[in-house]
Design a protein around this ligand. Structure first.
Ligand SMILES: Nc1ncnc2c1ncn2[C@@H]1O[C@H](COP(=O)(O)OP(=O)(O)O)[C@@H](O)[C@H]1O
Ligand SMILES: [Mg+2]
Length: 256
């Protein structure tokens, strides 16, 4: 355990900790996916969760946003016990959490503008028309795609769709953003652009982020710290340079 975390615990100070996952367990039948996983995220930090395909990274994120119920363990987010919340409270909580799905989850039959307005409608956030429009344009400006506002998702490239999905995540100005494999399926140049965009957003809005990835270029660009998910546990935690020299062979292999 890091010294800083120990200090928070002894002093009972939790305000700097925006996400605290302890001893998470979840199995699907005999398939044990998370087996005592721990993760802490501090305010303003970008933490990468690194793990092989099928290691349980998406399952972890789904537990955090309440789409899957773990068998045991605790998840405290922004001072609230996520696992004790009913669906109404979870819904309110989700306004503060941005989630970038692996497949973007844009609505094909809606324009970019309508896609971006959707979270505001979904959460009944009533903004004057002009202010809603300003938010849409600000979100698009952040991802450099103002000119696509009236386009349909089918008219956009993979990288542009990812940017629009990120803009939609930003529209509610979340405290925490969870990114599930933000560069998967993108070419190397576009992947680099998306990684830089994640860092820009992080700095501009002072968000705290979890990025799930095994794209090491992206990891190196975005990560303040990295947690490695192996056999259902966090087997190592540290900076990119620290983990590249890890004693654990399975950890080192990601960096080779
Ligand atoms: N809803 C589900 N029901 C049953 N098994 C699931 C479910 N979701 C994920 N799994 C299983 O959990 C494991 C981890 O999946 P996942 O978290 O998607 O991996 P990844 O690290 O690639 O994101 C896989 O073995 C997968 O088959
Ligand atoms: Mg996944």
């Amino acid at each position: 355990m890091k010294e800083q975390e120990q200090a928070y615990q002894t002093q009972g100070l939790q305000q700097d900790l925006v996400l605290d996952i302890r001893d998470l367990h979840i199995a699907f039948g005999s398939n044990v996916v998370l087996n005592g996983f721990d993760l802490q995220l501090h305010k303003g930090e970008c933490k990468v969760v690194l793990g092989r395909s099928g290691s349980g990274k998406s399952v972890l994120i789904k537990c955090v946003i309440g789409l899957l119920k773990p068998d045991s363990g605790s998840i405290n987010m922004l001072g609230h016990d996520i696992l004790a919340m009913d669906s109404d409270d979870l819904d309110k909580m989700r306004v503060r959490i941005g989630f970038l799905f692996q497949g973007n989850a844009l609505y094909d039959s809606m324009t970019v503008r309508e896609n971006l307005e959707f979270p505001m409608r979904r959460h009944h956030i009533d903004l004057a028309d002009q202010s809603a429009d300003e938010r849409v344009m600000e979100a698009l400006e952040n991802v450099g795609l103002e000119h696509t506002v009236d386009m349909m998702p089918a008219e956009l490239s993979g990288g542009m769709k990812k940017r629009i999905a990120l803009a939609r995540t930003l529209i509610l100005k979340p405290d925490i953003i969870l990114y599930d494999e933000p560069t998967s399926g993108l070419d190397p140049v576009t992947s680099r652009e998306i990684a830089h965009l994640i860092t820009e957003v992080q700095e501009k809005y002072k968000t705290s982020s979890i990025v799930i990835s095994h794209d090491m270029g992206c990891v190196q660009t975005v990560a303040d710290r990295i947690a490695v998910l192996l056999d259902g546990k966090c087997c190592a935690e540290g900076t990119y340079d620290e983990l590249a020299k890890s004693d654990i062979k399975e950890v080192r292999e990601f960096f080779e």
